[in-house]
Design a protein around this ligand. Structure first.
Ligand code: C2E
Ligand code: MG
Ligand code: MG
Ligand code: MG
Length: 274
């Protein structure tokens, strides 16, 4: 500390930066062992239709670090993308999600869909389609109930490769969603050039729709644009009944948010089903 005081504010900044960097390096190393140590798991956030009937779930990755405790995917996914571990971990997520989807089908819930988040790194890697096909076959599934969620980040990569992967996925019957639409690399022309099935409105657009006219208009515009491209629309971050009602009025198709249901463990999700 004395040393920091001698150096002044700039050193404070450096110290924060060092701690942040050290944590990242630690997480980067530990991500190599997280799967083998059984520290990774999936939770499932229910997704509902207009009548609040359960119609699917989004699989969300959780990391319970043996020493550091719970680490948010918003923290570790970017590190796993930089370090490359996301490829191996992402394969595991697809397979684990398919296994659960199969269990739900065996319980008689054959209409439920399973959404899986896919990193841009996975799509840029030619193995994604093979890995998806293999997991579907392994669990005796058709692609129809599987939705892969991609973010706008994919638009920054080789678009021809992205389109080719999307084409092969659609041949498997797998649906694709553009996730967190509007917060990053959005470009309407990109959206038109890649064939998605679903657009997910990010919760940052939903947050203020009840009180703020402009926020509501923006959400409405995103919805209209999606409909003009024949996309189904799912809204994220429904935290109140008023959010839900405003989105119903806009004719949004599907709904996800803490007001409706939080992410659940597999066994809690099964209880919800029965
Ligand atoms: P996402 O795909 O947009 O997932 C939705 C996130 O919003 C989840 O956070 C979910 O718990 C949270 N959420 C849902 N409803 C509400 C709500 O009403 N209010 C608020 N405040 N939040 C809500 P989570 O689980 O922390 O995941 C964060 C992000 O991490 C995900 O955003 C996704 O981009 C990424 N992620 C999670 N699992 C995976 C994975 O298996 N692979 C990859 N590549 N990324 C993942
Ligand atoms: Mg998602
Ligand atoms: Mg999202
Ligand atoms: Mg998000």
């Amino acid at each position: 500390r004395t040393k920091i005081n001698e150096k002044g504010a700039f050193a404070f900044y450096n110290l924060d930066y060092d701690i942040d960097l050290q944590r990242k390096l630690r997480l980067n190393t530990d991500l190599n062992f997280a799967l083998d140590k059984n520290e990774l798991s999936l939770v499932f956030q229910p997704i509902f239709d207009k009548n609040k009937v359960l119609c699917g779930a989004e699989a969300l990755l959780r990391w319970e670090h043996s020493e550091l405790g719970f680490i948010s995917p918003d923290d570790f996914i970017p590190i796993a993308e930089d370090g490359g571990q996301i490829l191996h971990i992402g394969d595991w997520v697809i397979d684990a999600a398919c296994e659960v989807l199969r269990e739900w089908q065996e319980m008689g819930h054959s209409a439920l869909s399973m959404s899986v988040n896919i990193s841009y790194r996975q799509l840029a890697d030619c193995a994604l389609v093979d890995v998806t096909r293999r997991s579907l076959n392994k669990h005796g599934l058709k692609g129809d109930n599987l939705i892969l969620e991609l973010t706008e980040r994919v638009f920054a990569d080789d678009l021809a490769l992205v389109r080719e992967n999307m084409r092969m996925l659609s041949e498997l019957g797998v649906k694709t969603a553009i996730d967190d639409f509007g917060i990053a690399y959005s470009s309407l022309s990109y959206l038109r050039s890649v064939n998605f099935n679903i657009l997910k409105i990010d919760r940052s657009f939903v947050k203020d729709i009840v009180d703020d006219h402009e926020a509501r208009n923006l959400c409405h515009a995103i919805h209209s644009m999606a409909k003009s491209l024949s996309l189904q629309v799912t809204a994220e971050g429904i935290e109140t009944e008023a959010h839900f009602n405003a989105l119903i009025e806009m004719n949004v198709d599907k709904f996800q948010g803490y007001h409706l249901a939080k992410p659940l463990t597999k066994s809690d999700f099964s209880k919800l089903l029965s």
